[in-house]
Design a protein around this ligand. Structure first.
Ligand code: DAH
Length: 346
C-alpha cells in the first residue's frame, strides 16, 4: 500500500516539475497553484483524503510521505512565484520614478564631539584660542604647579593612573594642567579654551567613567576681576542653554583658584517650577562647572607676576553638559555607540 503511494507521489512530482518548466504567465501560475494546493480539490488534499484507506500501522508513514511532498510543492511554488513577480523586466513592469529614493544612512558627529564643537564655536566667537594639551602629563603640571600639594588626596594612587616606572608621569586627571603649559609658554594677555580627555580611577556608573571629557578655560590680562568671569560665563551659558538662563555662583574650593565658585544654571526646562522635573529633579538648579580667579601662587609658579596680572579659569565636563542639556540619564549610554541614541542627539 505504502509503496503504491510512494510511486504515485513520484509520478505526480514528475508531472508537477514538467508543468513548472512550461509555465509562462502569472495567470497560469495561479491555476497551477490552485490545482495542487487547493484545500477542496487540490492534488495534495486528495492524497490526504486517501489516508483513511491505510491500516493504522501504515498511517503515520503514509502521512509523512504526503506531508514531505506537500512541503516540496510549497517551496518550489514560492521560488517560482518570486521569480515571476519579483524580477520580471519588460513592458508590463511599472516603476514610479517620482517616489523618493530610499534613505542612505548618513554619519554624524557623536554627541560628545558635537557638544565640544558647539562650546568651541561659542568661545571662538568671544575671541578665545583653542590650545590642546597632552593626555599623558607631568605630575608637576597636573598637581604641583596648580597648587595641589604633595599630600593632597587627589594624588592618591587610588584616584589617578600613574605610568608604570614613571612616578612623574600620569594620565591627566583634569584639563587644568593646560593652564600651566600655556602660561609657561606665553606672555599675557591671552584667552584660551582647552578641550580634551581626562582620566580618573573611577568605577563606571551612571555619573562616573574612568575616561571622560572636559573643556578648560583661562584668561589672563591686566585688571581682570570676578565680574569678567561672571560676564563671560553668563554670555556662554545664555548662548548655549538659552537666553533666559540665570546663573548662580556658589562658593567652592579648588586649590588653583581663589576665590573659587561652583556655577549652577537655572533649569532650562522648568525654571524651577516643577517638583517632578526630569532635568533638575525639582531643585530648579543644575550644577554645570567649576571656576574661579587664578590663584596668585599658580601665576607665580608659571612665571607670571600676580601683582601685574590677574585672570580667571573655569572647567566643565562635556558628559555632564550632555546629560544636563539633552537629559541623557546615564553617562554610560554615551559610550555604548548605540546608533539609536547617537542618531537622536548627534
Ligand atoms: N579641574 C577641575 C576639576 O576637574 C575643574 C575646574 C574648576 C577647572 C575650577 C578650573 C577651575 O579651571 O577654575 O574638577
Amino acid at each position: 500500500m505504502i509503496d503504491e503511494l510512494k510511486k504515485e507521489i513520484e509520478g505526480v512530482k514528475h508531472s508537477f516539475l514538467k508543468e513548472i518548466e512550461q509555465l509562462q504567465s502569472p495567470e497560469n501560475f495561479s491555476a497551477l497553484k490552485e490545482r495542487y494546493l487547493s484545500r477542496k480539490k487540490g492534488v495534495i488534499s486528495s492524497l490526504l483524503l486517501r489516508l483513511k484507506e491505510f491500516a493504522p500501522a501504515e498511517k503515520p508513514q503514509a502521512g509523512q510521505a504526503i506531508n514531505v511532498f506537500k512541503a516540496f510543492i510549497e517551496t518550489t511554488l514560492a521560488g517560482v512565484e518570486e521569480k515571476l513577480t519579483g524580477s520580471r523586466g519588460g513592458a508590463e513592469t511599472w516603476h514610479d520614478h517620482s517616489l523618493p529614493a530610499s534613505a542612505l544612512p548618513i554619519g554624524r558627529f557623536h554627541l560628545i564631539a558635537s557638544i565640544k564643537q558647539q562650546i568651541e564655536d561659542l568661545f571662538l566667537n568671544l575671541g578665545y584660542e583653542i590650545a590642546l594639551g597632552p593626555e599623558v602629563e607631568l605630575a608637576d603640571f597636573n598637581f604641583t604647579k596648580l597648587n595641589i600639594p604633595e599630600h593632597h588626596p587627589a594624588r592618591d594612587e587610588q584616584d589617578t593612573f600613574f605610568l608604570e616606572g614613571h612616578d612623574e608621569l600620569l594620565l591627566r586627571t583634569h584639563t587644568s594642567p593646560m593652564q600651566v603649559r600655556y602660561m609657561l609658554a606665553h606672555k599675557p594677555p591671552f584667552k584660551i579654551i582647552s578641550p580634551g580627555k581626562a582620566f580618573r580611577k573611577d568605577d563606571p556608573d551612571a555619573t562616573h567613567s574612568p575616561c571622560f571629557h572636559q573643556v578648560e578655560g583661562l584668561l589672563v590680562d591686566r585688571g581682570i576681576h570676578f565680574s569678567h568671569l561672571k560676564g563671560t560665563l553668563e554670555a556662554f551659558c545664555r548662548s548655549f542653554y538659552g537666553p533666559d538662563i540665570v546663573l548662580r555662583f556658589r562658593p567652592g574650593y579648588f586649590p588653583f583658584t581663589e576665590p573659587s565658585a561652583e556655577v549652577d544654571i537655572s533649569c532650562f526646562l522648568c525654571s524651577g517650577g516643577r517638583s517632578d522635573c526630569r532635568i533638575c529633579k525639582g531643585s530648579g538648579w543644575l550644577e554645570i562647572l567649576g571656576s574661579g580667579m587664578v590663584h596668585p601662587q599658580v601665576l607665580r609658579n608659571c612665571g607670571i607676576d600676580p601683582d601685574e596680572y590677574s585672570g580667571f579659569a573655569f572647567g566643565m565636563g562635556i558628559e555632564r553638559v550632555a546629560m544636563v542639556k539633552y537629559g541623557v540619564p546615564d553617562l554610560r549610554l554615551l559610550y555604548e555607540n548605540d546608533l539609536r541614541l547617537l542618531g537622536q542627539f548627534g
